[in-house]
Design a protein around this ligand. Sequence first.
Ligand code: MEZ
Length: 574
Amino acid sequence: MKYLRKIGVFLLIGLMIFGMTACGSKKGNTFTGEAKGKNGTIKVEVTIDNKEIKKIKVVENHESEFTKDTFKKVIDSIIEANSADVDTVSGATLTSSAIIAAVKDAVKKSGIELTPKKSNGQASAKAENTSTDVVIIGAGGAGLTAAIQAKEDGAKVILIEKNAVVGGNTNFATGGLNAAGTKYQKEKGIKDSVDLFYKDTMKGGKNKNNPDLVKLLAEKSAETVEWLTERGADLSDVGRMGGASVNRTHRPTGGAAVGAHLVKVLDKKAKEVGVEIRTETKAIELLAEGNKVNGVKVQDAKGNKYEINAKAVILATGGFGANQDMVVSYRSELKGFGTTNGPGATGDAVKLVEKLNVELVDMKEIQSHPTVVPGKSKLITEAVRGNGAILVNRDGKRFIDELQTRDVVSKAELEQKGKTAYLIFDQNVRESLSAIEKYHKLGLLTEAKTVKELADKIKVNADELEKTVKSYNGFVQAKKDTEFQRSNMKTELNKAPYYAVEVGPAVHHTMGGLKINTDAKVITKDGKVVEGLFAAGEVTGGVHGANRLGGNAVADITTFGRIAGKNAAGLAKK
Ligand code: MEZ
């Protein structure tokens, strides 16, 4: 009897193993498929019943948090069409192509032939002329902030976004938000002031900045941190970026990336307060009578064009860092440079305001970020240097104060052999900044038990690198860098393992853009206000002058986003 039961168990296990092997990636009527996404494998389980896709479950993915909506959109449209021959999602092409490919893989493995459903061919229900108080173009950090502020101030708001997902470039912001005189600085004993923030920003921008805009940014920055915190943001950790005299870069607990966090918080809040968000809706023309803007003509994903008439329009379309042609037209030496920007940063506003005689300022001022992984366009946040990392060249030697402004560090890198450098840090730095975990997961870091082993792995002179780390640790102990006068050295690099990542400059921020005044109103070439038109964020010029300081973009978009939202709502109420 005992024997029989044992044989039965073996038979059952055998059958299960046979079943698993024979079916490969099949579980009942569910089939597994995979494809390579932006950050690694995307694996899906597709349930097919009666030749119809019933369910698609994503069982593995390494994509950024902000692509969550992309997954839903693609899966919904595949199920609706009963076919994986659907369009990719604008603004998330790589991720959506990979989801589509993974579903195709699963369907192929199933051997089932699906019968695609016919589209009902109807135009979107919203593709008709409409009107509102305030229409905002661009749902990145500036647009979302402006929309919430305008709605909270009593305006009816439509926020349009050309991509399928909101967040724009803010999704990629990592380092943090600069603000002076916040409660978080006070709690940590950091002495800062509006004046010091103003001076650092003007100096960083080579005094090319518009002083009134910078003054306002500095004055309102602590209030912006409060405003965001009240709406659910965590900005309690404070670190340092290049060009800052004190720690004033606010970011989530543990040093997590600021941008994805803020987009999540702002998107949720915008929906909660009743902002109407229309994604895959591109502005194609500003509607105006003479010098007065009164709406926008848009085009939806299906190609339908319609008008949104409004009492005020806010441009929050971002910069042009992802538009190589435009970048090169202003700065030919940047031809071939990579970019840290999302694909949506194409400078659309410049065309939109063409007929309004708007003044463009500082268009040639284009910033390269010095720590971007060559060929991969992956930004390694400046906060890694702020938390203690050093930069070395191929001889294993430091060559610059790592916390100099971005223009200075980028230029110094280009003067080194191979025109790149290595960011070197230890386990202390890794543990101090949770943003580093993402780089580790993406396989960007070279890791070693000793400095010598690290040098061998990255093929830099080991004796020199050991000497460099030893002398840098001496500077940390002495609180004085006699070689490059680095003023902020957070930690000795002495806790294994040690890490390295090759970095070089890539286009990061376009400082130039539409001229605005301190009310975020757009200004013409002859110094007049364009009635009904506001702008906020990277679409504008003047706040950052010739060079933006790290942490000042997120401060800019949220502070001027609030100002634009408030003033647009005020105008709409008149
Ligand atoms: O403001 C920025 O651009 C920033 C802080 C970028 C970064 O290095 O994380």
